[in-house]
Design a protein around this ligand. Structure first.
Ligand SMILES: Cc1ncc(COP(=O)(O)O)c(C=O)c1O
Length: 358
């Protein structure tokens, strides 16, 4: 359960249910307090000297089961640092289809690292072992591009926010290790995956060399992400972060919120997953409405409406006017993401507003 339910009553956001993303979730009162306290601390000049950042990094490394961790402004940057560290220009990055690194990171792997991504067939975000094995086997071929790294996304957003099972991650890690290829885990929403799978996060992270975790999604910190890996990897990552413009200083204030996120929020993702399931049930019961990523596993739904003359943009505007914000998404769908500011008590009301706006 969450440490404390915080009401929006009395704020400008009182009647607004913003489901466009979980990064929209507000920092908790404890995070705000921690940031105020950190603002009184003397900031450090060196990259790895700030005491609050160091605390967050040590806590992240321990939580994710790695030797060291690095605080970064975004999870995109964490992913791109890993790609750059593992791959040389001309290398191939193997990913499941529609990974965030392919769809939403501005082709950074190609532009910043000279890396071409190649998709490995997957089901619900989990790469098919035979397809991965075949892709990795080409490593040995003469004159062929080297496979630089394998990327796993868990949860896999565009596959339906599916949780990639531990045994699949284990198989992927074994296949990659057999050919000497590193595995990077884009675990932007890793705690949602672990909550659904009923495992600890280290049961998942042990099958990856490096891990990226967003602090600002379900964990509700105002911004930031951490990248974890071996001490040697993080030493390299510090330089790449700087090269990519992510050497932020002083970062103690956002780091303070990140510490609270890791202390207090990681156990709350089951609530968001459950709220997503009940919202999915409520919406799917409305005539002409379907939730296309059934069964919903974690905190994201993709919703479609099949009614004569349905105009998605007009509908989203009407819905927004009634205080429910959804995001227009791929292939004519709409996205709803559950997070701490949407509680179980809100779900029936949101379903009612959705139905009323149709
Ligand atoms: C799976 C996944 N990876 C990475 C990111 C990037 O996160 P950021 O917005 O912090 O760059 C996102 C953002 O939504 C995501 O969904």
């Amino acid at each position: 359960m969450r440490p404390a339910k915080e009401s929006n009553k009395g704020t400008a956001a009182a009647e607004v249910f913003d489901l466009r993303s979980d990064f929209i979730s507000r920092p908790t009162a404890a995070m705000v307090e921690a940031m105020v306290a950190a603002s009184a601390e003397k900031p450090a000049i060196g990259f790895r000297e700030d005491p609050v950042v160091s605390r967050l990094e040590a806590q992240s490394a321990e939580l994710l089961g790695k030797e060291d961790a690095l605080f970064c402004p975004t999870c995109t940057l964490c992913n791109q640092i890993a790609v750059n560290a593992f791959c040389r220009p001309g290398d191939i990055l193997l990913t499941p289809p529609k990974a965030h690194v392919l769809t939403s990171e501005g082709d950074a792997a190609a532009v910043l690292s000279g890396v071409r991504a190649e998709c490995v067939e997957a089901q619900r975000g989990a790469m098919l072992p035979a397809a991965l094995e075949a892709a990795l086997a080409r490593q040995a071929g003469e004159g062929k591009a080297r496979i630089g790294a394998v990327l796993v996304e868990n949860t896999h957003l565009r596959a339906g926010a599916c949780a990639v099972p531990e045994d699949n991650m284990k198989t992927v890690a074994e296949l990659a290790a057999a050919t000497g290829v590193a595995v990077h885990l884009d675990g932007s929403r890793l705690f949602n995956a672990a909550a659904f799978l009923g495992v600890g996060v280290t049961d998942l992270t042990r099958h990856a060399d490096t891990v990226a975790l967003s602090l600002n999604k379900g964990l509700s910190a105002p911004l930031g992400a951490v990248l974890a890996g071996s001490a040697d990897f993080i030493a390299v990552a510090v330089d790449i972060r700087q090269r990519f413009g992510g050497g932020w200083r002083p970062a103690g204030i956002p780091a303070a919120a990140g510490i609270v996120a890791l202390d207090q929020m990681t156990g709350c993702m089951a609530d968001d997953n459950e709220n997503a399931w009940s919202l999915a049930r409520g919406l799917a019961a409305i005539e002409g409405v379907s939730v296309i990523n059934q069964p919903v596993e974690t905190n994201v739904l993709f919703v479609a409406v099949d009614r004569p003359g349905f105009d998605r943009e007009g509908f989203l505007d009407r819905l927004a006017g009634k205080g429910v914000l959804l995001m227009p998404y791929d292939e004519g769908t709409m996205r709803a993401v559950l997070h701490k500011d949407i509680t179980a008590a809100h779900i029936d009301g949101i379903v009612g507003i959705f139905e009323g706006a149709l």
